[in-house]
Write a protein that binds this ligand. Structure first.
Ligand SMILES: [Zn+2]
Length: 481
């Protein structure tokens, strides 16, 4: 049985059902607001209804999703497994690369794949590496070269090409011993599956043009301590990259164990941002907003994308940074202040992760391709591709969003700066105790809205729309006195 049983979460059901649920759930609300809004005077508001909650249907996106191939993903995962042991500290000398063994061979193969995709789109991808030497540490016995491999699909709109959406997986692997470099470490699920998502998104999305830039990243060093992603995120921060969203896919193989629910994928997001200052935390204590970090807005956005474009897999947002006792590359980006989430299968089988390949008491251990559900990985890749396409098609989120708190008053006024490429804006809100956005008000003119709603009772955000209706990530306001 799947997670998608009822209308409990308005956005976690198929689109058709969503309309019905929306009407049932917020019909009364809409009526009430309609009456209130007749008092709004002077605001250029469009008509409002449950339909307004649904994202605009972009015909390109189902076409993009259709091209994601489970067979291609299977080939990628099996190829990565064929390198034997992809430990970050395994061989990367010329001879091993030629023999097709070790992390060096994996790295060169990934580079070559990106190059093939680029050739197929007339050189539309820039294939790059981020290479550095990690000094010895707990899991790195001697100074080791670590290489992240990535491809850049530059945005087609010069005014927006500096905005970046990023998808990532880690191509290194491990077995029972983090320091072992000789015995098999197939890492089919952890994380050839995530690497395959990044590569497949590159292959498919490179056939299209988007106003903003998309980066397809594969990192090493994850199993030794997130070394690769940390270096990459720090570089991005130092160079002033405007990364708006990071989709980290780690263990998205949909292990074929009996208890798996292959109808859903989990999306983990931090609550209080890693970079929150003391002043931020003080404000969160006073006014709430613990569940409105940029990463959490990204998680909500993914759920909305899922409810608009059927990827064949549901998105279950998990409101925590990660699972117990585990970590991942999205941390590295969070620590530099970027919005980043983690996709992981619904139920993990720990016999098939970080294990030497063996059979003991009739139980099979090891992260082998036969435990991976390639069709599931393809569905997760479709959700990633749809999210990247939506975000890279949409304008940036409004900046400098303020909620005016000069006087004690029951109405709420929001202001924001105009956004390049935005045709309209939407004010969205929800009651403080519910997880998902509930209501929307379109603002057709200007960058200011006054609503007959008390800011004390709801959480607000503002998002931008282009003329085709692509929506940006929401931006929650800061109080202005
Ligand atoms: Zn992993």
């Amino acid at each position: 049985m799947g997670y998608l049983e009822n209308c409990g979460s308005l956005q976690d059901v198929p689109r058709e059902q969503n309309v019905a649920c929306g009407i049932a759930l917020i019909g009364a609300w809409t009526l009430a607001f309609g009456i209130l809004c007749s008092l709004c005077g002077g605001q250029q508001f469009a008509a409002q209804g449950p339909e307004a909650q649904l994202r605009t249907f972009d015909q390109r996106i189902p076409t993009i999703m259709k091209q994601v191939s489970a067979e291609r993903i299977q080939q990628t995962i099996e190829k990565l497994v064929s390198f034997g042991n992809r430990s970050t500290i395994s061989a990367q000398d010329e001879e091993s690369i030629k023999a097709g063994k070790g992390i060096g061979a994996a790295r060169e193969w990934i580079k070559a794949q990106f190059a093939v995709y680029s050739k197929d789109c007339g050189g539309c991808l820039e294939v790059k590496t981020d290479e550095f030497v990690e000094q010895p540490g707990e899991r790195i016995p001697k100074a080791t070269k670590i290489t992240n491999v990535y491809a850049v699909l530059r945005g087609s709109d010069q005014a927006q090409a500096n905005r970046i959406m990023l998808v990532s997986g880690h191509y290194d692997s491990r077995n029972s011993d983090t320091l072992n470099t000789t015995d098999p470490a197939p890492g089919a699920n952890d994380d050839a599956s995530g690497t395959a998502v990044s590569l497949e998104c590159a292959r498919v999305l490179s056939k299209y043009k988007f106003p903003a830039t998309i980066i397809f990243l594969t990192v090493a060093g994850e199993e030794q301590g997130l070394n690769g992603s940390r270096h990459f995120a720090q570089m991005a921060k130092q160079q002033g990259w405007k990364i708006e969203a990071v989709l980290n896919n780690d263990i998205v193989g949909g292990d074929r164990g009996q208890e798996q629910d292959d109808t859903v994928v989990r999306v983990f997001s931090e609550g209080i941002p890693a970079v929150a200052t003391d002043a931020d935390i003080k404000r969160l204590r006073a006014l709430g907003g613990e569940s409105d970090s940029p990463s959490r807005e990204l998680a909500r956005y993914i759920v909305e994308v899922r409810s608009t474009y059927s990827a064949g897999v549901g998105a279950v947002p998990v409101f925590r940074l990660d699972r117990y006792l585990r970590g991942g590359d999205h941390y590295s980006f969070n620590e530099q202040g970027f919005a980043a989430v983690r996709f992981t299968e619904f139920r993990e089988d720990y016999n098939h992760q970080h294990q030497n390949v063996r059979t003991e008491n009739g139980i099979e251990y090891g992260d082998l391709p036969k435990f991976v559900n390639f069709d599931y990985v393809a569905r997760v890749a479709r959700l990633n591709a749809a999210t990247l396409a939506s975000l890279a098609s949409a304008p940036a989120a409004p900046a400098n969003v303020k909620i005016l708190t000069k006087n004690l008053e029951n109405d709420t006024t929001l202001t924001w700066d105009p956004v390049a490429g935005a045709a309209t804006y939407e004010v969205i809100w929800r009651r403080t105790e519910v997880p998902d956005w509930e209501q929307v008000q379109t603002v057709n003119t200007g960058t200011r809205a006054t609503l007959k709603l008390s800011k004390d009772n709801v959480i607000f955000a503002v998002r931008s729309l282009d003329s085709a209706g692509h929506r940006s990530l929401p931006m929650v306001p800061e109080p202005e006195r």
